[in-house]
Design a protein around this ligand. Structure first.
Ligand code: SF4
Length: 901
């Protein structure tokens, strides 16, 4: 006989079950929706037993229970990992025109290329799973989809299902989905139990209801459901299946302590989470009664990376795609997938590969890598040969080994064999790493656990797929498929703390005293409606299977159940124009507690913890840090030893915080490889070419001859170091246009030479001590001319940029253009014999002439200002402060670090 027990959302179903079964455990079976429910049940039971020794009833998770109840009819069940392969075999047997209605022009690809097929395959399997679990027959499906746009799809999917079944049967296998539809029950093993309890975790499928009915003919069965008010449609189905009237249940009140906060940045919610944890602990709630629920499980990556004390444990596991091994294999995949021909590699994937910790920690591999990367970034090299970046013997060995794995000789590739090779390679590579590095990472529980998870998976899957070929796939595709499979897997968080982090689904039937939920925005909670697979909402409703509305109801059920059982609730959401609005569940709380409309005041007043949010252990990420960074003894000593350049001085004046990051902390501003010809590239190219030309001769009277020399030098330089010009016709054209304009430069130069000027000092280095520090710099060019028994000089900086704003210098509080006046000061100091006539920029962009800089102030004014700035830099009284001029932050590579992006 089947009875239904209805509990209010505030009633603890696990506690109820423990009370029901404690005295008759030996003859009771309890079926739970999740393994976590079983753990909580056993814990509750032992808590209730006091001094008594109690045994636990036999507990099973619903999926295992179903497997035990179905007769596979002499066949073995197909492993989950093998399902896509058999499905594709099945599809391969269908006629292409049969498939065209579903896959259109991709039918051939779907049949022949496993990797292309994999994503569509998993959608088809999910659809077939659902249809079979709901016991929807082919006839019923055809009937409801008749004359709709879905009719054609349904017929193809039926054929695919049949073909998949045949492919399995040929190997003596079956899929649990087929048993659910028509398999026989194996229920003898239930003889030992007098009573079976089913705790529902959301709703029951058609198959599950049939199974329970069958068991109910022989046994006492109790189904426990929870809701408040009226049951939703899916819960009603359970009552209807057993001809029982569903009672109305009283709504439980919300807890009085709810804090809801809005944040502009998603990451800023982290501070709030820490505050919430601290507050719950201070209120006497033990850590294992506090839960952080993540509506978007991807957030766990941020939480994990920001929270260094490891107070959290991640019940959903940590993702293998965030591990060092995954990132290494991914870097290999990209490196080879983006190859040009068979022997050239794009520089970005190369950088990605070289900077991976495994490559950096090969013996003798680390020290040259940074220099090499800086060089190829500086030169903006886009294409590299193996010999360019495999600079050590051990790296060459590793690279050849990798190449033999992902680009083996011959085409045939067994996936099982490939997985074994990867496992072997992982072991080999580890044995090559620097022993100290290996020891260090091996001590990390995350590394050890994830490595173990990957290895176990590889060896088990290798056996499973032993002679299985991925259709249409070479080894590189095998690697891509392996990465796709690994990216969906997790490993246990063995080193986590006592506060649990969960996904919403995992909280089913469990109560916590403090509940913290960030990301309470629409599309996160309730989750965005995925496009209905193959059937629209109307057809789903006619078939009685869950549709979008039911899924939203389920999300509400989990949420309300969690917060109504808690004493303290902390909710946060992101409030920004480009994000979805706050969750409708927050609105429901507001309305049901009598606070209608958008009432942020209420949200704040409601909080009993206001103010405490600011004394979190960790400040909210992205919070503004306006306080100055103080200079301690070490920093002051460091400054005294450093050499100041005009660039450093300008940086200091514009943003002393940037000076601190770049020149005290020595952080590099990220330089990105660019796929376009940048102004900086052109500037550098012209600088080098002009130096080449004038190194070989300084006397030109013919503009045409000088122009030819410049063109030759530019072409030579471009060929040597600018891949972009080789591979981009647009970049080559752009350079050509610039070169045409350079004729004007040649003319101006010849005119200048006619006035007696010669480019005597090129890339000329200068040094000087001033105000207790060393100054240094390198001038692009110093022109000299003789006259009146003197040597006259002109200090020049080439510029491929717009010069407005640079042409005049005012030595006041806002001054930051140190370059030319510092050069002049140093030149004056080192070459008193020269009479410096002026300083100026050579405009290489538009006018091709020297623009003399006008100064508002004397050379002495400048020197006084410079000494003042140097004094400030050296003084402990002046900290490093972020600039107030946010325009500077827009182009600053440290904007992310500063929270200004
Ligand atoms: S982002 Fe702005 S505040 Fe930060 S270092 Fe750069 S310029 Fe300074």
């Amino acid at each position: 006989m089947v009875s239904l027990k209805v509990l209010n959302l505030r009633e603890d179903p696990i506690g109820y079950l423990a009370g029901q079964t404690i005295d008759d455990a030996a003859s009771t079976l309890v079926v739970f929706p999740t393994a976590r429910n079983i753990r909580f049940f056993r814990k509750t039971l032992s808590g209730m037993s006091g001094d008594r020794t109690v045994i636990s009833p036999y507990c099973l998770e619903i999926s295992r229970f179903i497997n035990q109840c179905l007769d596979p009819g002499g066949k073995a069940l197909v492993d989950l990992r093998m399902r896509p392969f058999y499905l594709q075999h099945g599809i391969g047997r269908l006629r292409r025109e049969q498939l065209a209605g579903l896959f259109r022009d991709s039918s051939k690809k779907m049949q022949e290329d496993f990797f292309e097929f994999a994503a569509a395959g998993s959608r088809i399997l999910r659809f077939l799973d659902e249809i079979h679990a709901e016991k929807i027959t082919a006839d019923k499906l055809t009937k409801v989809s008749l004359y709709t746009d879905y009719e054609k799809h349904i017929n193809i999917l039926k054929d695919i299902g049949d073909s998949y079944r045949n492919a399995l049967e040929e190997d003596g296998l079956t899929d649990i989905m087929f048993l659910k539809m028509g398999g026989a029950f194996l229920l003898d093993w239930l003889e030992d139990f007098k009573k079976v309890h089913f705790l529902v975790g959301g709703y029951l499928t058609g198959f599950e209801l049939d199974l329970i009915k069958t068991i109910g003919h022989k046994k006492d069965v109790e189904i426990i459901v929870r809701y408040e008010g009226e049951p939703d449609k899916q819960t009603k189905k359970i009552f209807e299946a057993f001809s029982v009237d569903a009672p109305s249940m009283k709504s439980a009140p919300f807890p009085s302590a709810i804090e809801i906060r809005a944040f502009e940045e998603a990451a800023a919610q982290f501070g709030f989470i820490v505050h919430a944890v601290e507050h719950a602990l201070r209120a006497g709630i033990p850590p294992d009664h506090i839960v952080v629920v993540l509506p978007d499980e991807n957030t766990k990556r941020i939480l994990f990376s920001l929270e260094r004390k490891r107070i959290f444990n991640y019940a959903m596991g940590l993702d293998l795609k965030d591990t060092v091994w995954y990132s290494f294999l991914k870097s290999v995949e990209i490196l080879f997938a983006e190859r040009i021909g068979s022997s050239q590699y794009r520089s970005e994937p190369v950088i990605n590969f070289l900077t991976h910790p495994f490559i950096r920690n090969l013996p003798a591999a680390g020290h040259w890598i940074d220099d090499f990367i800086s060089e190829i970034k500086r030169e903006n090299r886009l294409i590299l040969n193996k010999s360019d970046f495999c600079k050590t013997e051990i790296l060459r060995d590793v690279f050849s080994r990798i190449k033999s794995l992902v680009v083996p000789e011959g085409d045939a590739c067994s996936y099982g064999g490939f997985l074994l090779d990867i496992a072997g390679f992982m072991e080999e590579l580890e044995s090559m790493l620097n022993p100290e590095f290996l020891q260090t990472i091996s001590r990390s529980p995350e590394f050890a656990e994830s490595r173990n998870a990957i290895m176990t998976w590889l060896y088990q899957s290798a056996t499973l797929f032993h002679d299985n070929e991925l259709r249409g796939a070479g080894a590189l595709i095998c690697l891509s498929y392996l990465l796709r499979q690994l990216s969906a897997l997790t490993y246990s968080d063995v080193a986590g703390g006592t506060i649990t982090v969960m996904g919403m689904l995992e909280t089913r039937n469990i109560a916590f005293r403090a509940v913290i939920i960030p990301d309470m925005n629409e599309e996160m909670i309730p989750p965005r409606n995925e496009k209905e697979m193959f059937l629209n909402t109307a057809i789903r409703e006619r078939l009685g299977i869950p549709a979008a509305r039911d899924r939203e109801g389920l999300a509400r059920h989990y949420f309300m159940s969690l917060i109504k059982n808690a004493e303290m609730v902390f909710l946060s959401y992101v409030e920004r124009d480009d994000r979805p609005i706050r969750s409708r569940f927050i609105e429901e709380i507001l309305i049901q507690t009598g606070h209608t409309g958008d009432d942020p005041e209420w949200l704040r007043r409601r909080s009993e913890y206001e103010g405490l949010v600011f004394d979190c252990v960790c400040p909210p990420v992205g919070a503004s840090m306006t306080d100055a960074i103080r200079k301690d003894e070490t920093v002051l000593k460091y400054i005294d030893r450093m050499t100041l350049t005009p660039y450093k001085l300008s940086t200091y004046r514009r943003c002393s915080y940037k000076f601190y990051l770049a020149h005290i902390k020595n952080l590099e501003e990220p330089v990105e490889i660019s796929g376009a010809l940048e102004a900086m590239d052109i500037g550098n190219l012209l600088h080098r070419a002009l130096k080449d030309v004038y190194d070989s001769g300084k006397q030109f009277s013919d503009a045409g001859r000088l122009y030819e020399k410049i063109r030759e030098a530019v072409t030579r330089e471009a060929e040597d170091g600018y891949d972009i010009i080789k591979i981009s016709p647009h970049a080559a054209f752009e350079l050509d246009v610039i070169m045409d304009k350079m004729y004007r430069f040649a003319e101006m130069e010849v005119e200048r030479f006619g006035e007696g000027w010669r480019p005597e000092m090129l890339e000329y280095s200068l040094k000087m001590d001033l105000g207790g520090v060393s100054l240094s710099g390198r001038v692009d060019r110093i022109d000299i001319r003789e006259g009146n028994g003197k040597k006259h000089a002109f200090v020049i900086d080439y510029k491929f940029a717009n010069l407005s704003g640079m042409k005049s210098l005012r030595y006041d509080e806002n001054f930051s253009g140190f370059q030319l006046p510092v050069y002049r000061l140093m030149l004056n100091n080192s070459r008193p014999d020269l009479d410096i006539e002026g300083i100026g920029y050579y405009d290489l962009k538009d006018k091709f002439k020297i623009v003399t800089v006008t100064e508002h102030g004397t050379a002495e004014d400048f020197r006084a200002l410079l000494e003042k700035v140097i004094g400030e830099i050296r003084s402990a009284d002046h900290g490093f402060i972020k600039t107030d001029d946010l325009r500077l932050c827009m182009y600053c590579g440290f904007a992310t670090i500063c929270g200004r992006r």
